[in-house]
Design a protein around this ligand. Structure first.
Ligand SMILES: [Zn+2]
Length: 468
């Protein structure tokens, strides 16, 4: 360690526990002090944050980088560059790459490959699918903190779970103190919905919505929570899109169940009018919802029920999405949103929904750090925490133009043309500037793998070094 000191000076600091004017002093990779403006001296580099907001870097526990297997869509370098440009300093990537990561060996190979490519810190979820059931403990030893299950059909090589398989997997995960993540939609009802659309000759965008209405998600959320309670395992419902699902999670929490939920930007910012307008580019699972449900979903963001903002970034090529104009079911499921997720939801939450910045920090960073066991190393600006910092301009308006701005391989966005007053000015990962003023400044391989086996993940905050 060089002892390099960086001062982020003159900004408004937003943490999970408060918002106040302060300077932030970083030494090497860690925060060492947060103090009144002008109180800290002796920095080698000063970053002027006058008029800007300084937050813990966002944690995105739900991303798909399609690497290995479909790197024409995205890879760990372009995906984490998009993350950095979007104020995200930690990404946890899902096992649905090709081949799907259903064994400890595949997990290890993916981890070793990804480590050389990333520009932000990262983790990898393990798999909870029938072929991986004997491998859960070994995936955990390789670093998996949580394990992803699908209740509906997703991919032949990553089979969805029966209730019995799901419960058996939950018990395995509970035994190692891990987290279960679940895509909750009722497979039988979904297949019937798809068959009904096929029988009616429906191929328009709204047929996607009608094939998988909210009830299909809500029933599965209810069942997943019930099974998780039986197993006594911590469970995270991924990409909740319905306020009824959110209410089920709220009630489970009230009863003391260790349940949590994620929400994506597209489910908070887009509705069925957008599905019609965007066609294949608005096709995702769960589907976009009508405006009344979107409004009610916000209630659960504002009251703190919704734990974590996630991207569920799924990069597809234009060639893959375009056929969906003729047949919506021909377009793959997913939205490319990594770079816009945090600034767009911050803009909506802060400027239009009255959400305070400390609540937004919990929603975008601190809660996820706690759920995955990385707090207070991540998700915080406490002395001793990793200096993962995102600096925002909350005044200047800009317009989303995916082609001009994105670092993704296939620059399109369901948010193209949206005007936003929340701009990422600079992103630091463990004290190093990774992104500033439209440029990526870090080299591939500079990010760290965050492992379930890493003591440092759970270390207590160290006594702050003397400032000055
Ligand atoms: Zn996903």
């Amino acid at each position: 360690m060089s002892g390099k000191r960086t001062l982020v000076a003159g900004g408004t600091v937003a943490t999970d526990h408060g918002v106040f004017p302060a300077d932030v002093l970083i030494e090497d990779e860690r925060i060492v002090s947060v103090a009144d403006w002008g109180a800290l001296n002796g920095a080698d580099e000063v970053i002027d944050a006058t008029g800007l907001v300084v937050m813990p870097g966002a944690i995105d526990p739900h991303a798909h980088f399609e690497d290995p297997g479909h790197t024409e869509r995205e890879d760990f370098t372009t995906g984490t560059m998009s993350a950095a440009a979007g104020g995200i300093t930690t990404v946890i990537e899902h096992p649905l790459t090709y081949p799907p990561v259903t064994s400890a060996q595949l997990y290890r190979e993916k981890r070793q490959m990804a480590k050389e490519k990333v520009v932000v810190d990262f983790g990898l979820w393990g798999a909870l699918t029938p072929p991986s059931l004997p491998e859960i403990r070994d995936q955990w030893r390789e670093g998996a903190i949580g394990f992803k299950a699908f209740m509906p059909f997703s991919e032949p090589a990553y089979p969805h779970v029966t209730d019995a398989e799901f419960l058996a997997g939950m018990r395995e995960v509970e035994a190692i103190g891990g987290l279960v993540l679940v895509h909750a939609e009722n497979d039988s009802l979904l297949q019937a919905g798809l068959a009904r659309m096929e029988a009616e000759g429906r191929h328009d965008p709204m047929a996607h919505h009608e094939s998988r209405p909210p009830f299909i998600e809500e029933e599965a959320v209810h069942r997943a929570l019930f099974l998780a309670a039986e197993a006594g395992v911590r469970i995270q419902i991924v990409h909740v899109s319905s306020p009824v699902s959110a209410e089920l999670v709220r009630r489970a929490k009230d009863e003391g169940q260790p349940a949590s939920m994620e929400i994506c930007p597209h489910h908070l910012l887009l509705d069925l009018d957008d599905l019609v307008r965007l066609g294949p580019y608005g096709r995702c699972a769960p589907a976009l919802r009508d405006r009344a449900l979107v409004e009610r979903l916000w209630d659960y963001v504002l009251d703190g029920t919704a734990d974590s903002l996630v991207s569920d970034h799924c990069a597809y090529t234009l060639e893959e999405k375009e056929p969906g104009w003729d047949d919506i079911f021909a377009a793959p499921l997913g939205c490319q949103v990594m770079q816009e997720t945090v600034p767009l939801v911050l803009d909506e939450a802060f400027h239009r929904r009255g959400m305070q910045l400390d609540a937004f920090v919990r929603f975008s960073s601190t809660n996820a750090a706690k759920i995955v066991g990385l707090y207070p190393r991540k998700g915080s600006l406490l002395p001793g925490s990793d200096a993962d910092v995102a600096i925002y301009d909350l005044d200047t308006e800009w317009e989303v133009d995916a082609k001009a701005q994105q670092f993704s391989k296939n620059p399109w966005s369901p948010f193209d043309g949206r005007r936003v007053r929340a701009k990422v000015v600079r992103t630091l990962v463990r004290g190093e500037t990774v992104y500033a003023d439209g440029e990526i400044l870090a080299q591939p391989g500079s990010g760290l793998f965050l492992s379930s086996q890493d003591d440092r993940s759970r270390r207590a905050v160290k006594k702050p070094a003397a400032a000055g």
